[in-house]
Write a protein that binds this ligand. Structure first.
Ligand code: 5GP
Length: 206
């Protein structure tokens, strides 16, 4: 199993800059696969079905849940979001590291199912900066921004369940930091048992 890819969960408050960070990481390195979630929310301007998300109806989402086609799913500010199973399992078995950009409830479910998953939480440099970024993005109404800030305050309670935080200040530095953390996870003893056992056997034969 040592050649299997690593499951990396990235969460962060809405507006923390996860999307930009992911793009920077994927541009720089080609060994990562980004999972595309299914969601019942409407596409934002510029979002394309099958690229940012699979935009599906409530009924379709429900049928995915019932047929166990999702690794995890959660409700987030009035909409459902879930991770399709097929893509993730296939990429992992091909040795690619798979990134799930999901919120905290989903992250905790993934950690339960995949104890070796690496959980990372992207944080803004400050609370004020988070609000500034959400307002400047201009994609949500003030009402939705308030709901998302409220959700951020709730999510902030559970951050200790993650392995590391990444403070999103300078994007290139953050992308590099992210890459290093994922690479380090490959050498976690629990991910390298086959290699370790090989050395043990070799030592005993010397
Ligand atoms: P947004 O509407 O801003 O694209 O996403 C809202 C929240 O849903 C973000 O925190 C995002 O990480 C999370 N999210 C996106 N896809 C999934 C998913 O498949 N599962 C879960 N649990 N959360 C998701």
């Amino acid at each position: 199993m040592s050649q299997k890819g690593i499951l990396v969960v990235i969460s962060g408050f809405s507006g923390a800059g996860k999307g930009t960070l992911m793009r920077a990481l994927l541009e720089k390195y080609d060994n990562y696969s980004l999972s595309i979630s299914a969601t019942t929310r409407q596409p934002r301007a510029g979002e394309v079905d099958g690229r940012e998300y699979f935009f599906v109806s409530q009924e379709h989402f429900k049928s995915m849940v019932e047929s166990d086609a999702l690794i995890e799913y959660a409700q987030y500010v009035n909409h459902y979001y879930g991770t399709p199973r097929d893509y993730v399992e296939k990429q992992l078995s091909q040795g690619r590291d798979v990134i799930l950009e999901i919120e905290i409830q989903g992250a905790l479910k993934v950690k339960k199912k995949f104890p070796d998953a690496l959980l990372l939480f992207v944080m803004p440099p400050s609370a004020e900066e988070l609000k500034r970024r959400l307002v400047n993005r201009g994609t949500e109404s003030l009402e939705v921004i308030q709901a998302r800030l409220k959700r951020a305050a709730e999510e902030a309670v559970g951050i200790e369940a993650y392995d590391y935080i990444i403070i999103n200040d300078v994007i290139d530095t953050c992308a590099e930091e992210l890459h290093q953390l994922i690479q380090a996870q490959h050498n976690k003893t629990s991910n390298r048992l086959e290699f370790i056992n090989g050395i043990r056997i070799g030592l005993n034969q010397l």
